[in-house]
Design a protein around this ligand. Structure first.
Ligand code: ADP
Ligand code: MG
Length: 225
């Protein structure tokens, strides 16, 4: 029940050469812990999440999600792993304008074929993120902070082993940002997720288990469980 990146290198085509987005990155995130990843823009933070999410295949190295070496999976196997074991929270909530908060979550249950459990689970998760009262509201009736909470609750619908979060507080003020960070730490403990949080907001990092800095695709300190 963890996330392991072992000596992961990722390059992108760049003119005549290649740009190194991740350079021999090692990361070990045990279940129930939250690792923050900080670094300047363009340093490789989102690339790290994309590799961990199996959305991008590295040139070299291993990505192990919840005990599964993702390098052994084909495209369909990776899609199934994402659906069943990985929760992803992107920077923008990307909520569907016509759906209520509860329905945003239930869509996820439909996608994974467990329709019957969707409604009760959606309500339990909205309660866990402090939005039980807002379950019937549509995105335009929610604040920015509330939309980000729906986004987080939605990522937990499949009971993921690994939770990957990209800059969730960037659009929030200090107080709301701190509240979202507290929520992520609490959910990580309660649900025993291996959580990676990308942020360039160093303000709230006292709350996390570990902070790793990325610079030009290199992690320091090279984080090992
Ligand atoms: P961060 O999230 O820290 O801002 P990224 O991981 O998005 O950094 O980007 C790391 C480097 O990889 C940057 O130089 C960026 O321009 C480059 N890059 C990211 N995605 C792509 C892509 N799809 N194709 C080519 N280069 C990319
Ligand atoms: Mg980024």
């Amino acid at each position: 029940m963890s996330l392991v990146l072992d000596d992961v290198t990722l390059t992108y085509p760049d003119g005549d050469g290649r740009l190194t987005a991740l350079d021999s990155a090692c990361l070990d995130v045990p279940a129930g812990t939250l690792t923050a990843v900080v670094g300047p823009s363009g340093s490789g933070k989102s690339s790290l999440l994309a590799v961990a999410a199996t959305l991008v295949t590295p040139d070299r190295g291993r990505v192990v999600v919840d005990g599964t070496d993702t390098g052994r999976l084909d495209r369909a196997g990776k899609a199934a792993l994402r659906r069943e074991r990985i929760g992803i929270v992107f920077q923008q909530p990307n909520l569907l304008p016509s759906l209520t908060a509860a329905e945003q979550l239930q869509v996820m249950a439909h996608l994974s074929g467990s329709r019957d459990r969707g409604a009760a689970r959606a309500m339990a998760l909205l309660d866990a993120v402090g939005l039980a009262e807002q379950a019937g509201r549509r995105p335009h009736q929610l604040s920015g902070g509330q939309r980000q909470r729906v986004n987080i609750a939605r990522a937990l619908m499949n009971d993921p082993a690994v939770l990957l979060v990209d800059e969730p507080t960037s659009a929030l003020d200090h107080e709301r940002g701190a509240a979202v960070l507290d929520l992520l730490v609490a959910l990580t403990r309660e649900r025993a997720t291996a959580t990676v949080l990308v942020t360039h907001d160093r303000a709230h990092l006292g709350r996390v288990d570990r902070t790793v800095t990325v610079r030009d695709g290199r992690l320091s300190p090279p984080a090992r469980g």
